[in-house]
Design a protein around this ligand. Structure first.
Ligand code: NAD
Length: 485
């Protein structure tokens, strides 16, 4: 028998302490070999004035054990408090969020009896980089960051997961018909990485129709990998349509550390009444047991849980007349699972983790040979202005006088739509203008030419709020065209 694994446990807020107690009771009953270090997180810590919701000393435990079983916490309303989940994910580099969404028909009500989908969500990049600006009176901006190594890592993780768990297909959702560079990169990397997994089918859907299909016929999907924002939204949709958000567990995986939890929150109105369903956290703990190599215990717990559900022993949230034989509280549910340890479900598919090991976490360096270094050349600049003094034509007139030193005004857009040269009178203009200057000789320019241009723009009395350099990579533009260009 292997040695005990040290893990860090947080009991959380609301229903957190009850469902954690129930989960630990089952783990103990199943013979999990764990050495538990408890830390305090959440409301009590927030209210002591620590806006991140976690004690500095808690990080020591997390960095020592590298495995975190976390109950939900309550994020206090109002300004100043940061989401603890985002802080933990980002600080520990937990780049992959893995969420199995399975239906337990006919024992838990669902419209999708055959659903068995795993959503793998990129956890660190995309619009969640949190880089936002108010640039003018009328316009705010958020930056969507997609990196090649970040995308490679998550896509490879999804394929490795599929292989380890005997899944047949990985689907990618993006919106690369609109975001050709950012989502385009994610999609391209998906296609590249898929080549190394000929044994697993792959496909790509535009996220809108993909989401519609997921909601309508989830049984046609197997593993779905997505950038952060789509993954955040659709993993909740997937869990909900499988039966109940109360039933799904999730893993947040990093190179070094991993965090396991239920997907639901702290349900404060249900707290302290022995009502809450501990299943989400318990299934999160099953993922943890696989992660730490205790697959025998993971299997025993998972199968006892399936048997309990199948025998109609249900908490209030999944109570269904006909399917429920006994409506129980949190503690009684845990006891029922413990009593069934060693048993397997008779109708639902039994869990089997024999031979399954932790999915390797590719390092942040790219797994494939680094792409050949393309030649990067700066060929222009977009200057963004906050301006309220007239039409696009008037602005172009002023800016044309700043064209010099090898940089020429080529286009003005407003909210992405081209408004000069030529615009439709219907196009609405805000106070936020993007003015594109390109190299007049089509040759590479240097940054000195850009700073001189900015001096001329400033001297013309215009307020620039940011610039973006325009580069080509081996002659291919590294920037999007204006809409209507
Ligand atoms: P919630 O998930 O706590 O509750 C939503 C609904 O589902 C409620 O009706 C609740 O009673 C029910 N529910 C949730 N879990 C249940 C369970 N295990 N058993 C039975 N019923 C359950 O979402 P919310 O009400 O929007 O959020 C409450 C608090 O939780 C907020 O402070 C929020 O910030 C926090 N939250 C924390 C996490 C986390 O720590 N991972 C995640 C989401 C929300």
């Amino acid at each position: 028998m292997s040695e005990a694994t040290a893990i860090t446990v947080a009991h959380g807020d609301g229903i957190g302490p009850e469902i954690m107690e129930a989960t630990l009771t089952v783990l103990k009953g199943a013979g999990a070999r764990l050495e538990i270090e408890s830390i305090e997180i959440g409301q009590s810590v927030y209210l002591r004035g620590l806006t991140a919701g976690i004690e500095p000393s808690a990080w020591e435990s997390l960095r020592r054990t590298k495995v975190f079983l976390k109950a939900p916490v309550t994020t206090p309303q109002g300004g100043g408090f940061k989401s603890l989940n985002v802080t933990i994910r980002k600080t520990l580099g937990l780049f992959a969020n893995v969420r199995p969404c399975v239906s337990y028909h006919p024992f838990v009500r669902t419209k999708h009896p055959m659903m068995d989908v795993v959503v793998v969500r990129e956890n660190e990049e995309d619009l969640y980089a949190g880089i936002e600006y108010r640039q003018s009176h009328q316009v705010v901006e958020a930056l969507k960051i997609i990196s090649r190594p970040g995308s490679e890592r998550i896509v490879r993780y999804a394929f490795d997961y599929a292989r380890k768990y005997g899944r047949k297909k990985v689907t990618c959702f993006t919106k690369d018909n609109i975001m050709k560079l950012t989502d385009g990169l994610f999609h391209r990397i998906f296609d590249e990485v898929a080549q190394s997994y000929p044994d697993i089918r792959n496909e790509h859907w535009i996220v809108d129709i993909g989401a519609a299909k997921l909601a309508d016929t989830p049984e046609v999907f197997d593993v779905i990998v997505m950038p952060n924002l789509y993954g955040d939204i659709l993993s909740d949709v997937a869990a909900q349509i499988a039966g109940s958000v109360g039933l799904a567990g999730s893993a947040n995986i990093g190179e070094e550390c991993a965090m396991f939890e239920a997907i639901h929150g702290s349900a404060p109105r249900r707290a302290g009444q022995n009502l809450a369903n501990p299943s989400g956290l318990l299934l999160g703990a099953v993922m943890m047991l696989v992660h730490v190599g205790q697959t025998d215990v993971a299997e025993r717990v998972h199968n006892a849980w399936l048997r309990t559900i199948e025998e109609g022993i249900h908490t209030y949230d999944i109570y269904t007349e006909g399917a429920t034989r006994q409506k129980v509280g949190t503690r009684e549910f845990a006891r029922a699972v413990v009593e069934r340890l060693g048993k397997k479900p008779e109708k639902l598919k039994a869990a089997s983790y024999a031979g399954v090991s932790r999915v390797a976490t590719p390092a942040s360096t790219p797994h494939t040979a680094a792409p050949p270094r393309e030649k990067k050349a700066t060929v222009g600049v977009d200057v963004f202005l906050d301006w309220r003094e007239g039409s696009a034509e008037r602005l172009a007139e002023i800016l044309r006088k700043t064209s010099a030193g090898g940089l020429e005004l080529a286009m003005i857009t407003n909210r992405g739509v081209k408004v000069w040269p030529e615009r439709l009178p219907e196009t609405f203009c805000s106070d936020h203008w993007r003015c594109r200057f390109l190299s007049s000789s089509a040759e590479e320019i240097d940054h000195g030419q850009i700073t001189s241009l900015l001096e001329r723009v400033n001297a013309a009395g215009l307020e620039f709020i940011k610039i973006e350099t325009l580069c080509t990579f081996d002659g291919q533009p590294g920037y999007s065209l204006g809409q209507g260009e």
